[in-house]
Design a protein around this ligand. Structure first.
Ligand code: PLP
Length: 453
């Protein structure tokens, strides 16, 4: 764009600091060092304003699954803007991109998840879910069945609703969250919290907290349980094998709705269309966003099963909820093309049979590094835990998170994006990553770990 072509980095940084307030950032601290200005992207690589080529091990924010710079997606967006840049779907109208995308999503989604309510983001979609499950029970004549059970350290977005469903202490500490009638149980984070138990024992114990919570509240008060099949922002917490079957059993036994937040795990991240497929979960509602459009346009939504949809749709009243950009035609057209490309280019097969096995071998070898306590990967979603003591899985004692932050800084200096969550490094590269790019990834990651003190 004109501005990036014409202004030197320092001036861009000064303007950024003067006028742009960054999400999840201590802005004054960032202003002192200046943001790194990203100017272009191609495939798995980003370019910054100084000309560095950075391997994006996070696919942006877990979203650019088809990689950067695809002309085919850009062309679809341009065409749709000319044809119909915007129209709403509120007042007895619909349009082709929203219809075609909903049909495609319903085709890909498992079971009777046949209905799509659009949103502009994952957070908005989870706000929809809060209202939808409460509305469902209202229509069923049980308005008091309105509590949603979520998990500590889960992440479901940062609107008031999404932030309330999430269980991150730092988010709850600011702004009066959570909103009423949302409560949290423990997370299945064996490595950090499982002590001497086996992962399988610990998985069962954590899942049974749901049953305890339902009994404590009374089943007549509980509307739904929400969880990410694999917690992402919480540190790529791959649950023990016992966890989800037990959660499923409990939801079935008590007849509460199960919401799988697939914002990260949806659309191929774990090697199947949905994380629920990979982990054997049968949700009533899925939250989707991110990989739905490979991040080329902001779009999210809820995929809703027949029973919930039919109940709300046949209530005799409007469902009083929606956003101006529900099913935005440009975003929907881009998302539809994104899903078609995933099929045409066999992206799931690439994840399952090429990228995952190739990366898994090298990733698990990182566990031999003196700093690394565990290295885990599901599909193309991975984590390594940094520890001073591999045997006890201890955390670094001083200033939790500092070492992860330093490792992330070393990665960034070495032109690799890896994110950190406390003492844990996490990755989620574009699904199209090739073996030779994985070699570069591992080389830069190893160098960065070597340089972390
Ligand atoms: N749910 C999950 C599991 C997420 O990881 C995220 C974002 O990272 C969200 C919801 C929120 O999505 P958005 O940032 O698009 O609002």
């Amino acid at each position: 764009t004109q501005i990036t072509n014409h202004l030197p980095t320092k001036e861009l940084q000064a303007l950024d600091a003067a006028h742009h307030m960054h999400p999840f950032t201590e802005d004054a601290a960032l202003a002192k060092k200046g943001a790194r200005i990203i100017t272009r992207g191609k495939g798995v690589y980003l370019t910054d304003s100084e000309g560095h080529e950075i391997l994006d091990g996070m696919a942006g924010l877990w979203c650019v699954n088809l990689g950067y710079g695809r002309k085919d997606l850009a062309e679809v967006a341009a065409r749709q803007m000319e044809e119909l840049c915007y129209y709403n779907t509120f007042f007895q109208t619909s349009h082709v991109p929203a219809i075609a995308l909903a049909a495609k999503i319903a085709e890909l989604a498992p079971g009777d998840l046949n209905h799509v309510f659009y949103a502009g983001s994952g957070s908005e979609a989870n706000d929809t879910n809060i209202r939808l499950v409460r509305r469902y029970w209202e229509v069923k004549g049980k308005p008091e069945k309105n509590i949603i059970i979520a998990r500590k350290n889960g992440y479901h977005g940062s609107t008031m609703g999404g932030g309330s469903l999430g269980g991150m202490a730092g988010i709850h500490a600011q702004g009066g969250l959570p909103i009423p009638n949302i409560t949290h149980i423990g997370q299945p984070h064996w490595y950090e919290e499982g002590g001497d138990m086996t992962p399988e024992e610990f998985g069962l114990i954590r899942a049974r907290e749901l049953e305890d919570k339902i009994n404590e509240l009374g089943v007549d008060r509980v509307a739904a349980f929400i969880g990410e099949p694999v917690q992402g922002a919480g540190g790529v917490v791959i649950p023990p094998s016992t966890y989800w079957p037990e959660i499923q059993r409990i939801c079935d036994k008590y007849g509460i709705l199960l919401i799988a937040d697939e914002v990260i795990t949806g659309f191929g991240r774990t090697g199947n269309w949905f994380g629920s497929d990979t982990l054997g979960i049968k949700p009533h509602i899925m939250t989707i966003a991110k990989g739905l459009s490979s991040g080329y346009a902001p779009i999210g939504g809820s995929i809703i099963c027949d029973e919930v949809y039919n109940t709300v749709a046949n209530s005799g009243e409007d469902f009083n909820h929606g956003y101006t950009y529900c099913g935005h035609p440009v975003a929907a057209a881009v998302a539809l093309r994104n899903l078609e490309i995933m099929e045409e280019e066999n992206i799931l097969d690439h994840v399952r049979n090429v990228a995952h096995p190739y990366l898994a071998k090298k990733w698990s070898a990182l566990a031999d590094h003196p700093l690394v306590g565990e290295a885990r990967l599901i599909g193309l979603m991975g984590t390594i835990a940094l520890t001073p003591d591999k045997a006890t899985r201890a955390a670094f004692a001083s200033e939790t998170g500092t070492i992860g932050y330093r490792c992330r800084e070393r990665c960034f200096a070495n032109n690799l994006v890896m994110r950190h969550v406390g003492d844990r490094m996490i990755i989620s590269p574009p699904l199209v990553i090739k073996p030779e790019e994985i070699d570069v990834f591992i080389e830069r990651a190893t160098k960065s770990l070597d340089e972390t003190y």
